[in-house]
Design a protein around this ligand. Structure first.
Ligand code: SIN
Length: 275
């Protein structure tokens, strides 16, 4: 028997769940339904959730260990929590298609984002179904990328933060946090489906390919996330929550609301090494 109501936003990606209160202690069977809904719809949305950080962590923990972002401040009360508080002076630069933290050897499986403060209009987030992006490619391109790997790199600003807070030089940083190579097409560990796993924010080069050829191919692959038929768009309100599967989606936070304020908090769940 299913208890969750699922209201799809599009035929392929995104569903709102109107009848779940994330502040409650949810049973294992409800959590399993939630997991299945996430696997089916890739990103789930919840409205009017008066939850706190402990509720957000509890839901996330059912799915795995919590990820601590490398730039998290040492000694922070909630090291797993990423607060993105934006206004005209403080821009987050998440207006680029990406999956979270793919510069780690094992990028997150998913993220749960909660809206604390939203502009009256604007600041929506778009999500793209990267299974659909892969499945829509011509066979000629699939042959080129099916067994390819690509280099993902740390954003330079975040390298500086980690070196400062962990008091290390660049040599030690590179030793401890080497830039990983991931498959260009990964297989989802739970659904077995293949998805395109390169993104404009963190991927830099297809391994073993001339730089110019790699740049051309990557540009073409990045554009797949921008195909409207692969997307859904979420209009936030205060206390809205989004939960995305980072293994088969990308997202883009619209930077169209300045000088209004927008504050969200993210809990990120550890994932496995992409294969
Ligand atoms: C993120 O990129 O993790 C944040 C997305 C958003 O602020 O909507």
């Amino acid at each position: 028997m299913t208890s969750l109501t699922i209201e799809p936003l599009t035929p392929g990606i995104g569903a709102e769940i109107p009848n779940l209160d994330l502040s409650e202690q949810l049973t294992d069977s409800v959590m399993k339904e939630l997991e299945q809904a996430l696997l089916d719809w890739k990103v789930l949305f919840f409205r009017d959730q008066t939850i706190d950080v402990e509720d957000q962590k509890r839901v996330a923990r059912w799915f795995g260990e919590l990820d601590i972002h490398p730039t998290s401040a040492p000694g922070a009360e909630h090291a797993e929590l990423i607060r993105i508080a934006e206004d005209e002076k403080l821009r987050a630069h998440n207006d680029i298609w990406h999956s979270d933290v793919t510069f780690k050897a094992s990028p997150p499986m998913g993220s749960i984002l909660r809206a604390l403060e939203m502009p009256p209009v604007g600041g929506d987030t778009m999500f793209a179904d990267m299974y659909a992006a892969y499945e829509g490619l011509d066979d000629e391109i699939k042959v080129k990328i099916d067994n390819a790997t690509a280099l993902h790199v740390w954003p330079p600003g975040w390298v500086d933060i980690v070196m400062k807070w962990q008091n290390m030089d660049r040599k030690e940083f590179d030793h401890r946090f080497p830039n990983p190579e991931h498959p260009v097409v990964r297989t989802h560990p739970q659904t077995g489906r293949r998805s395109l796993f390169v993104n404009a924010a963190f991927t830099r080069q297809i391994i073993g390919m001339e730089k110019s050829e790699s740049d051309e191919l990557l540009t073409f692959l990045y554009i797949q996330a921008t195909v409207p038929e692969y997307q859904c768009r979420f209009r936030w309100r205060k206390n809205s929550v989004a939960f995305w599967d980072n293994r088969c989606t990308q997202h883009y936070a619209l930077a169209d609301f300045y000088p209004q304020k927008r504050t969200v908090e993210r809990i990120t769940i550890c994932g496995d090494k992409p294969v």
